[in-house]
Structure formats: structure tokens, C-alpha cells
Design a protein around this ligand. Structure first.
Ligand code: SAH
Length: 230
């Protein structure tokens, strides 16, 4: 069973949306497990303090290394320790796949301005970012990462085929999708998709994937070209 351990000041945010739909069913079926650990329960003073002002000055508060380290060391879940932070490497499908192939992950969610760097260094945390924007806490980022990982666990998604076709699996964005009705508000489904000609459909989809990637994500397109030339 894949085991997710989340270290957070808001354990009640979990499983949250991961308790519903595909991930929720898999959680109930024991395909994966989730433990949310309250960092505050590792605070030692009377006021259960977890944060303090930053050395060097500046706005906001920083999560204390002693309390965070106690929480990390007190949690005995398997897998790499990941700190979610805008300073981290961008999460991509490749890392998601690697994590899903392991036995678990431990996710450290920051609040306030973030976590004292020394505890990240001491515990060799891998720093991962969800994107170039700032969230108010690591919890929504942890939920997103786990959603992406859990759907790859064996038995969670119906068909392995639908996974193989998806955006990023081959380094490209997915082709556009269509379903019934065939004609909707005067808009038609591309006729090739109605032709029953599988070879033509495959070709059309491949071109659409490449076109969308080239126009929308030149960064991915460059990487795709480089990978092909290897
Ligand atoms: N002062 C920080 C932002 C703090 S936001 C900075 O300027 O980089 C508070 C917490 O939210 C962070 O500690 C982190 O755990 C989480 N967070 C915010 N944005 C994130 C992002 N893009 N990806 C992952 N985690 C994020």
C-alpha cells in the first residue's frame, strides 16, 4: 500500500477532496493510506508556538526548526521527504510517476513565510513547487501532488490505456476531445473522428498534439524536439 504522510498545521484539511471520487474510493479500499500529522502537537511550550520572527528582519513569521524536526522525526511513514515551496523544482509528470512507483511520500506543508532552512537541510528535504505563484500554505499543493500520484497507483484508474494517451506522457499536450452530441449549437465534431479510419484518426490526433504543444507550450516543444534527436 502506498502511504502518504502529511505534516501540517491544518490536519483537518485532509483527506478533503481526496476523500471523494477515484482517490476517495481507493483510500477506502486500502489502495493507499493517508496520515495527517499536526505539527503543532510537537510544540513544547505552553502556548504551543510553532513560528517565530525571521532573523535578519522582514515581514511575517517562520516555522521553527526544532518543532518541525520533531514532527518529521516523529512521523514514521515511508518515502522521500518533500517540502512544498515556490523555491522548489517544478512538479512534473515524471516525478509524479517516480513517486507513484515508490512505497510512499512524506509531505511537509509550510505556512506563514515558510520553514527555517536548517531543518530542510538537516532532513534532506526535496523542495518541490506547484508553479510560479504563491499559495497561502503547502496544504493545497500537497493535495494536488497526492491527487496526481494516487491516480497512477495500480487499480485506481479504470484503464491503463487512458493514462498512456494523456498530456505529458509522451512529452506533448493531449489532442482535443469530443463526445456526443455530434452537432452542438452549430458546432460539428471534426469529421475525421467520425470516419472510423483508425490510422487517419491516430495521425490527426498526433498532429493536433504537436500543434497544441508548439503553440501553447514552446518550452515543452523544445524539449520534445531535443528528446527525439537523442
Ligand atoms: N515566503 C514564501 C511564500 C510562503 S507561502 C516565498 O516567497 O517563497 C506559505 C507556504 O505555502 C510555503 O511555505 C509553502 O509550503 C506553500 N506554498 C506557497 N506557494 C507554493 C507553491 N507554488 N508550490 C508549493 N508550495 C507553495
Amino acid at each position: 500500500m502506498f502511504r502518504a504522510t502529511v505534516l501540517t498545521l491544518f490536519p483537518e484539511m485532509f483527506p478533503g477532496p481526496l476523500g471523494l471520487s477515484l482517490a476517495g474510493r481507493a483510500l477506502a479500499d486500502g489502495v493507499w493510506g493517508l496520515e495527517a500529522i499536526d505539527i503543532r502537537s510537537f510544540a513544547t511550550d505552553r502556548h504551543r508556538t510553532v513560528d517565530d520572527t525571521p532573523f535578519g528582519g522582514g515581514a511575517g513569521m517562520v516555522m521553527r526548526p526544532d518543532v518541525v524536526a520533531a514532527a518529521i522525526r516523529g512521523a514514521n511513514g515511508p518515502g522521500p521527504l518533500v517540502y512544498l515551496t515556490p523555491r522548489g523544482r517544478l512538479l512534473d509528470q515524471e516525478r509524479v510517476r517516480e513517486l507513484a512507483a515508490g512505497d510512499g511520500v512524506r509531505l511537509l506543508c509550510g505556512r506563514f513565510e515558510g520553514v527555517d532552512q536548517r531543518v530542510l537541510d538537516a532532513c534532506e528535504a526535496e523542495e518541490i513547487s506547484l508553479g510560479d505563484y504563491v499559495l497561502s500554505g503547502g496544504e493545497p499543493a500537497a493535495l494536488v501532488l497526492l491527487d496526481a500520484v494516487v491516480r497512477l497507483l495500480p487499480g485506481v484508474m479504470g484503464s491503463a490505456e487512458s493514462l498512456a494517451e494523456e498530456s505529458f506522457e509522451r512529452g506533448l499536450l493531449e489532442y482535443p476531445l469530443y463526445t456526443r452530441p455530434q452537432s452542438w449549437e452549430g458546432r460539428e465534431v471534426p469529421s475525421v473522428l467520425l470516419s472510423g479510419h483508425h490510422e487517419k484518426i491516430r495521425g490527426w490526433r498526433a498532429r493536433q498534439s504537436e500543434e497544441a504543444t508548439r503553440l501553447r507550450r514552446p518550452d515543452l516543444w523544445v524539449r520534445f524536439g531535443a528528446a527525439k534527436d537523442d
